[in-house]
Write a new protein. Structure first.
Length: 134
């Protein structure tokens, strides 16, 4: 997958025959490696303030599945669950704190992906990984 338009500073929409290129939402885990018993923050940078954001979690990355016109599903679709839904703040960010239980059974790698946008445009974000360590 590639990103067609990534300018976060442009004040003018780039358009062609009425089509505006939008920046896809970006996902990240802060920090991407966390020990058990701590908290990490799952952050989605939406394309616009006020965008609806759906955050899903999986036990890992899977084969990339194209889902036009939304983008590419990069997480394992056989084992995903919704973690939360919310709206991007005025800066375009949606953050969800994730408390990692102090249980050795949760040690491993997990993948997250977001679907973000409004009623006229929804885009899948990139997948982000979180590694839980002892």
């Amino acid at each position: 997958a590639f990103q067609a338009y990534a300018s976060a500073v442009s004040t003018t929409a780039v358009g062609m025959r009425g089509l505006a290129f939008q920046r896809a939402p970006l996902r990240q885990a802060q920090p991407p490696v966390a020990p058990i018993g701590t908290t990490t923050n799952l952050v989605t940078q939406a394309a616009a303030p006020g965008d609806l954001v759906l955050l899903v979690m999986s036990v890992g990355l899977g084969p990339a599945i194209a889902l036009p016109p939304f983008g590419v599903v990069e997480i394992d679709v056989s084992s995903f669950a919704s973690l939360g839904v919310g709206f991007a703040d005025p800066q375009g960010y949606f953050g969800l704190p994730l408390s990692i239980p102090n249980n050795p059974a949760v040690i491993g790698a997990y993948a997250f992906q977001s679907l973000a946008g409004n009623q006229f445009r929804l885009f899948l974000a990139n997948a982000a990984s979180l590694t839980v360590t002892p």
